[in-house]
Write a protein that binds this ligand. Sequence first.
Ligand SMILES: Cc1cc2nc3c(=O)[nH]c(=O)nc-3n(C[C@H](O)[C@H](O)[C@H](O)COP(=O)(O)O)c2cc1C
Length: 355
Amino acid sequence: MAGITNVAFRRLCREQGGGLFVCEMVTTRALVERNPRAMRMVVFDAGERPRSLQLYGVDPAVVGAAVRLVVDSDLADHIDLNFGCPVPKVTRKGGGAALPWRRRLFERIVRAAVTAAAPAGVPVTVKMRKGIDDDHLTYLEAGRIAAGAGAAAVALHARTAAQRYSGTADWAAISALKSALDVPVLGNGDIWEADDAVRMLAETGADGVVVGRGCLGRPWLFADLAAAFSGRTERALPSLGEVAAIMRRHGHLLVQWFGDEPHGCADFRKHVAWYLKGFPVGGELRRALASVASLAELDDLLGKLDADVAYPVEVLGQPRGRTNSPGKVYLPEGWLTDRDADAVPDGAELDDSGG
Ligand SMILES: Cc1cc2nc3c(=O)[nH]c(=O)nc-3n(C[C@H](O)[C@H](O)[C@H](O)COP(=O)(O)O)c2cc1C
């Protein structure tokens, strides 16, 4: 997740339980240009295995070059290609979730990545949405194309680009994709609790789940997932004191990762509301934590929380993070009329790394 899954947050999550923790999305153009910010995003902890990297690109040549760079410099053990971005400035140019509609271009991109990764034995996976909107679904065909081009697995965020993050994910689409493909299918959308993951696998037959917003302010979700997948019923319900300890560790890891307190603390602030969701904490203390500027201040403020307050069980299963409304998907002129045109869309590369 862009802006979230940096080295610090991945470490916090990895400490909780097993899984594949994917780094923030990096654009292939930024990587090929060795943009310093992009290069810094492709960094993993010493013990972090597999090193899982997500790339975004619209040009098969650039995607191939970026994957070659990754492989030649031994930067990652797994590469995921992201075709799920619904951001208007990207789809308007034919990128992100708009791209699989142009099926030949989509195939060329996946094939370029797979071909460049194959000599090093690095698996390439694909993440996508259901399609542009309900009248322009792409996932079944795109899944077959990706598998045919050598993708090792396909993950489906079971919403269309038009839905953005609204409503509920359509798990039936995950079942349909699972029935259509021989490669593993990973289901994504609305895993808020470990039991949602178990239910998704049971209902859809998917081979695994992808967790997005559910872990925001709840890295212990991965401990719950590990328990659930090994048939255990215990679930983490941390007290406010235990949450404060994780917040403190997150703050310290961010400062370590960013290399200084101002940047680390600034990045920490976005997580505060997610950690405290549902806990009875006054507005003043919440605001102070959400504008924290140093680790000493963080320690001081966290010390003011009532450590004995029990976990607010009423937030269990509730959406967190963005839940924005559906919206029109802006596309380049003529995008829908010719599915087999495979010219690289102009300006659809994100100029920076992000989601
Ligand atoms: C803040 C934020 C950043 C995201 N960044 C990315 C990204 O970089 N790459 C990606 O494939 N998906 C990204 N997503 C989408 C999630 O991976 C996931 O597909 C989506 O949130 C649906 O899953 P969920 O219901 O579990 O949240 C992002 C989502 C959020 C909320």
